[in-house]
Design a protein around this ligand. Structure first.
Ligand code: MF3
Ligand code: CO
Ligand code: CO
Length: 267
């Protein structure tokens, strides 16, 4: 396995791409309301990325093996959609939960981040799922440092999620990121401490757990991209792009509107 190590200049490029990615989410946050369609959100994101940021929306026409080219600039996964939801003309309604996943390429570098949004006033169950999934992502992030292993991250997320009565989707994972969208290694959101690849300073990875309120099984939807829970239970996901440092981590997908880390991170 060859995992790229970023130089100081590479990291500066990743910081810029990460900030732009997060700023797209900041902009979208103001538009998530009952009645808006995910196609409208896609158009807003596309225009900001292309015309103002002078950057590239990585999902548009992205075509990994076995997939038709992805047709939109963002992913918008609603309620029981787990990930890779294709934006459409259906209006969001009060109580929906939606994950917006943004990947921006700037000067060849990728930033990848997603957040959950609750449309209007959500149910207790929806709010709890979104909050706990944010915390689960952070349980993984705080394990990141040179010398830690990928299994430490997966184990922290899995333990936290399952103790909360949520299930961890196994078929999709975080990833190395840099000049490529999806680089080595795979970053599983479950596992055993002390196993798998050792992290080294200068690696950049995403941590992006998908947690279901019901069972962990998923299936592919009819459009060839969207993934849904088999039992139609609600699913949530949060994602940051993170740099491994000697002493810990640096979150690269940061901007003015980034939701605050939970108290166990900030003390
Ligand atoms: N942004 C997703 C991730 O976190 C990947 C989306 S691929 C797409 O890895 F083609 F659906 F956009
Ligand atoms: Co990702
Ligand atoms: Co993403």
């Amino acid at each position: 396995m060859t995992i790229s190590i970023k130089s100081a200049a590479d990291i500066e490029g990743m910081r810029v791409a990460g900030r732009l990615t997060s700023e797209v989410l900041d902009m979208l946050a103001e538009h998530v309301k009952p009645g808006v369609t995910t196609n409208q959100l896609d158009q807003l994101a596309h225009d900001l990325i292309v015309h103002e940021q002078k950057a590239i929306p990585a999902p548009l026409n992205y075509a990994p093996p076995g997939h038709r080219p992805y047709p939109k600039s963002i992913c918008a996964s609603v309620n029981h959609q787990v990930c890779h939801g294709i934006p459409n003309d259906k209006p969001l309604k009060e109580g929906d939960i939606v994950n917006l996943d943004i990947t921006v390429i700037k000067d060849g570098w990728h930033g990848d981040s997603s957040r959950m949004f609750i449309v209007g006033e959500g149910s207790m169950v929806a709010k709890r799922l979104c909050l706990l999934t944010h915390e689960a992502m952070w349980k993984g992030i705080v394990k990141v440092r040179a010398g830690a292993r990928l299994g430490d991250i997966g184990h922290a997320i899995q333990t936290f999620a399952e103790n909360a009565g949520l299930s961890v989707v196994r078929e999709f994972c975080g990833h190395g990121i840099g000049r490529g969208f999806h680089e080595e290694p795979q970053v599983l959101h479950y596992g055993r401490p002390g196993t798998l690849e050792e992290l080294k300073a200068g690696m950049t990875i995403t941590i992006e757990p998908m947690l279901n309120a019901g069972r962990r099984e998923i299936k592919e939807g009819p459009d060839g991209w969207a993934i849904v829970t088999k039992d139609r239970s609600l699913s949530a996901q949060w994602e940051h792009t993170v740099l491994v440092t000697e002493t810990g981590y640096e979150v690269l997908t940061l901007s003015a509107g980034t939701p605050k880390p939970p108290a166990f991170v900030t003390g």
